[in-house]
Design a protein around this ligand. Structure first.
Ligand code: ATP
Length: 514
């Protein structure tokens, strides 16, 4: 655990030191769970957003993208169910005065039991070696089965109690499991209460005419209310999708863990409109497609898993999370939800406008079903950043810190150095910058010894370093060094663009999905 904490602390301090993420309003001591993206962070975030947009919109001829407003008519949130049901169950510890999400306390308790299962697996793996069959072990070992049964029964009971709004039973469960405040060990809990996560604000100048508004807690509703406009003007035929990226706001009760859980964050969502009855096939299709997108970035297939929901939200008939192994364990990165016709039907009812689709083949109108994929851009940022940060032992007994970002996402693609600050080398290096900057984000650096400049770029995540030396003046060649292999090659200046492009081009990465 200490190790995990240390690794996570390194991620946070590295993100600050290398200009990726700053605490918001830091000179005023910051604002809880609000962060700013710095010069490199803004680039990384934009590249992740583009990588998603290209995969979802550009590569699908039946998906289009929109950009709807953060403010929406307040009735939207009545219709969507957020006014009545977008709550988290919270519980306070009377001794420490700390506030927790009751469901998260229970889930963390189950994660500890899961840790015990992992230990049993590791032990057995050691004992049986090559012959070890994990699937069989998990389905037959009595101790593991006991642990799994316990997890299942706890989560099922919690799911049922939350569904039935039986908050007294949620508290009873916390007491029966003897769950203590993780910070102080105290078991002196208050009752469990519901807490609405939406931020309210007002539109209008005078107090009596002002209209109560909410900052949107998800981008999805901006898509639903535009469903018919897009379908008609884009002449879209079912099945088709509408995608968008944008800010969402939630007054999270427990907002720790850096940019994993923020009060202001960005989502990348896609609603796929389908014929009723086909939702199971599309659910499977989007599960597979989204997982392939993640895998295409090469961050280790073992770092992803599906977690099917026991407790379904009020709008869903199936739901799963793609979980990623963050420095603090497997946690939700993306949600895939079969939302039925809930949202469109609700908006029909509340707006009095028909939101149906006329199917020319069926010669009938119907309310489409919806399959949603929803991923947090900031969470994806954290996944990429934390997974890329490694400390490497080198052959000469030294270590180097490398940020092995997938090259397609790296903020700066190449750094260009003159070996020394004289003899006409800076001029050649600057000319290379001028030529490459039409295609890539590049960076010029002439300060310190080249070895030191390499290390700085390794830690900042730049995939290529290009060094101009005295021979360059004669042979029009430079040395290009690869961040991950540290391999150095002599190449023609005229070939640089193609060499860099081969590794950073979106096509090279997205083709891995096929
Ligand atoms: P959680 O259970 O972690 O609160 P959720 O199930 O409420 O998340 P969704 O409503 O399904 O999340 O939102 C879709 C995605 O938006 C999540 O998978 C996550 O990546 C992202 N997300 C949700 N809440 C936050 C937040 N407070 N900060 C950053 N990202 C978030």
């Amino acid at each position: 655990m200490a190790n995990q904490d240390d690794q996570f602390k390194k991620v946070i301090s590295h993100a600050k030191e290398y200009g990726y993420v700053f605490q918001s309003s830091e000179i005023y001591d910051g604002l809880s769970a609000v962060y700013d993206y710095a010069q490199n962070g803004a680039e990384l975030k934009k590249n992740i957003r583009d990588y998603w947009w290209k995969a979802m919109v550009q590569m699908h001829d039946n998906i289009v993208g929109i950009d709807s407003s953060i403010f929406m008519h307040p009735t939207t949130w009545k219709a969507s169910g957020h006014v009545d049901a977008f709550n988290d169950p919270l519980i306070d510890n009377k001794d420490s005065k700390k506030r927790y999400r009751a469901d998260v306390l229970i889930e963390d308790y189950c994660a500890k039991i899961e840790g015990k299962i992992d230990k049993e697996v590791a032990k057995a793996q050691k004992r049986f070696g090559e012959a070890f069959n994990k699937e069989e072990f998990l389905s037959t070992n009595p101790r593991v089965l006991g642990y799994q049964e316990k997890i299942d029964s706890i989560l099922t009971r919690m799911g049922k109690s939350l569904e039935a709004e039986d908050l007294a039973d949620v508290k009873a469960l916390i007491e029966e499991l003897e769950i203590a405040d993780p910070l102080t060990g105290s078991r002196n809990w208050t009752e469990v209460k519901q807490f609405n996560l939406m931020f309210g604000t007002k539109l209008g100048a005078s107090a009596d005419t002002a209209m109560d508004l909410y900052l949107r807690p998800e981008t999805a509703q901006g898509i639903f209310v535009n469903f018919l406009n897009v379908q008609k003007t884009g002449r879209m035929k079912i099945p088709f999708g509408i995608a968008q990226t944008g800010k969402a706001f939630r007054n999270e009760i427990v907002a720790r863990q850096f940019i994993f859980r923020m009060r202001e964050f960005e989502q990348m969502e896609m609603q796929f409109f389908i014929k009723p009855g086909t939702q199971k096939e599309w659910f499977e299709y989007w599960k597979e497609t989204r997982l392939k997108w993640h895998h295409s970035l090469g961050m280790g297939v073992e770092n992803y898993r599906f977690h099917d929901h026991e407790k379904l939200a009020h709008y869903a008939d199936a739901a799963t999370d793609i979980e990623f192994k963050f420095p603090f364990g497997f946690k939700e990165l993306e949600g895939i939800h079969s939302r039925t016709d809930f949202d469109l039907k609700q908006h029909e009812e509340f707006s009095g406008k028909k939101l149906q689709y006329f199917d020319h083949e069926e010669k009938a109108s119907y309310t489409p079903y919806v399959l949603e994929t929803s991923i947090g851009l900031d969470r994806m940022f954290l996944a990429v950043f934390s997974n890329s940060l490694v400390e490497e032992e080198l052959e000469n007994n030294t270590t180097r810190t490398v940020l092995k970002l997938p090259a397609v996402l790296a903020p700066v693609k190449a750094a260009i150095f003159p070996l020394v600050k004289k003899d006409g080398l800076p001029e050649v290096a600057k000319q290379i910058v001028e030529d490459l900057k039409w295609d890539f984000n590049v960076f010029y650096d002439e300060k310190d010894a080249v070895g030191k400049r390499y290390r700085r770029q390794d830690a900042a995540g730049t995939p290529f370093c290009i060094t101009v030396d005295h021979d360059s003046l004669e042979d029009d060649s430079v040395t290009i060094r690869h961040r991950d292999t540290m391999e150095q090659k002599r190449v023609k200046i005229a070939d640089l663009k193609d060499i860099i492009n081969a590794e950073v081009d979106v096509k090279h990465w997205l083709q891995k999905m096929q």
